[in-house]
Design a protein around this ligand. Structure first.
Ligand SMILES: [Zn+2]
Length: 271
């Protein structure tokens, strides 16, 4: 599933190809995504120029003078840059065709992705307006986590995966960040100290930045003719390594489920 680093990499991968480009046509082959694709999207977008491509949480935002396209990759979505003569595949649901012949093609086998339009400021959209801060920006820090966590009895892992607290910390990165910060995933959020939240905020930033850094090498895949941009394999220290030795102390890693999500940790290193 595309996580924040893949979405950020997608954003950086497609932006140079479509920013400043005028839309000639939008072809919708399958409007039944997570939410229906607006029927009028082609009418709305034809003749508009993509002024910028940005990311908020796991949404890609294509800004125009009249409003914004919100695009979510869902469970299995991907975007590719191609030209108009390239054959359409089975799950190629939407093409954004530009005046110079560039095509941005949205493929999504499981159709949990979304393509929406808003003429209001994007930040006010119901899907975006209640989201917490971006983990890579300065307003996310240990003080924020500490103050929001007081009196919360939830497990710290669930707390940092709550998008009202901070966006984009998916299951893999929550596992990795807690290991890096040496925090036991079931610890009550309300009982961790400010110092430990400072460490955790920094570790969340580092694991996401490392993943984005590894994704940078796949940017050229966005203009591949065949296949999809590969979601990159990170070098993970705990996620997917249950029963294997801890990279720090060699004790076997433990797996439990928190909120029905796989949670792998070292009971020796994480307290
Ligand atoms: Zn260990």
């Amino acid at each position: 599933m595309p996580e924040l680093p893949e979405v950020e990499t997608t954003c950086r991968g497609i932006a140079p190809h479509i920013e400043g480009q005028m839309i000639k046509q939008v072809v919708i082959r399958q409007p039944k995504l997570r939410w229906p694709v607006p029927e009028t999207l082609n009418q709305i977008l034809t003749g508009l120029t993509i002024e910028s491509v940005s990311r908020r949480a796991k949404y890609l935002l294509f800004s125009t003078a009249s409003g914004t396209v919100l695009l979510h990759l869902g469970m299995s979505g991907s975007l590719r840059i191609m030209s108009t003569d390239q054959a359409v595949g089975k799950h190629d649901h939407i093409d954004f065709i530009f005046n110079d012949g560039t095509v941005l093609r949205f493929n999504d086998p499981r159709r949990f992705g979304a393509v929406l339009w808003t003429s209001e400021p994007a930040a006010e959209h119901p899907l975006l307006k209640n989201l917490g801060p971006e983990p890579l920006l300065a307003d996310f820090n240990g003080e924020l986590l500490y103050s929001l966590s007081r009196n919360r009895k939830t497990a710290v892992k669930s707390f940092i995966m709550n998008s009202h607290i901070v966006v984009g910390v998916g299951n893999i990165y929550a596992n990795e960040a807690l290991f890096m910060a040496a925090i036991h995933p079931t610890r009550q959020a309300g009982k961790l100290s400010l110092a430990r939240y400072r460490k955790l905020a920094e570790c969340i930033r580092v694991v996401l930045q490392q993943a984005i850094g590894q994704g940078g090498t796949t940017l050229r895949d966005f203009v591949n003719e065949a296949g999809k941009p590969g979601y990159f394999q990170q070098q993970l220290k705990v996620y997917g390594r249950a029963g294997l030795p801890c990279v720090s102390c060699s004790q076997p890693l433990t797996e439990i489920r928190i909120a029905n999500r796989s949670t792998v940790f070292c009971s020796n290193c994480q307290r």
